[in-house]
Design a protein around this ligand. Structure first.
Ligand SMILES: [Zn+2]
Ligand SMILES: [Zn+2]
Length: 194
């Protein structure tokens, strides 16, 4: 399985991700996401787990191509968007799929194996809830758009894609304008070697 090789192991989360992505593509009638249709699709994922790797692999959507959008919401959910029409389908894994796996294969004691087998065999309707949605994907958020590049006057770092905030008439990068966004804390100067 390609997903296994890319991800380093085979697991229930990946199988769920593959199934979600295949269902999304089918609903949007996108047949060749890695080839002829590769510019038609954007995917929003709401979790960063094993399923996310599998979804990227099946759809060909990648962070580096700006076609994979990650929202850190901790939900086993993803939205697949046809960029030509803005039509999308949001697919959420159902909470009771674990329970179903338990009921179907009570004789398999290993939980992850139980889920792996069940997630292959359960129907889409047993595994997922689907919503028809519209997604207004801003052209500036897609590949091909370079946006404006500027240098933050406070930290001196270059910023792409118009990610700045105006504070009192001055354009600042996001972490200078809103220090609470920083995921790091300054760690003092390092002693010089030698
Ligand atoms: Zn995994
Ligand atoms: Zn800055």
């Amino acid at each position: 399985m390609k997903a296994e090789a890319a991800h380093g192991h085979l697991c229930a989360g990946q199988i769920l991700g593959v199934r979600m992505a295949l269902l999304g593509l089918r609903r949007l009638e996108i047949e060749d996401p890695l080839g002829a249709d590769r510019k038609r699709l954007a995917t929003y994922v709401e979790i960063d787990r094993c399923a996310t790797d599998a979804i990227a692999l099946v759809t060909g959507c990648r962070l580096g191509k700006r076609t994979l959008k990650f929202l850190d919401w901790g939900k086993m959910a993803a939205t697949f968007v046809d960029l030509a029409s803005g039509r999308g389908v949001r697919i959420v894994a159902l909470e009771d799929s674990r329970e179903l796996a338990r009921q179907l294969y009570p004789h398999i004691e290993n939980k992850s194996r139980q889920q792996m087998i069940a997630y292959r065999e359960l129907s889409d309707a047993q595994l997922f809830r689907e919503q028809q949605v519209r997604v207004n994907v801003d052209a500036a958020e897609l590949p091909g758009n370079r946006g404006e590049r500027f240098l933050c006057p406070v930290c001196g770092e270059g910023v792409n894609f118009g990610r700045f905030v105006e504070v009192e008439g001055q354009r600042l990068c996001l972490t200078c304008a809103r220090p609470e966004l920083r995921y790091w804390a300054e760690d003092g100067p390092r002693p010089n070697c030698g």
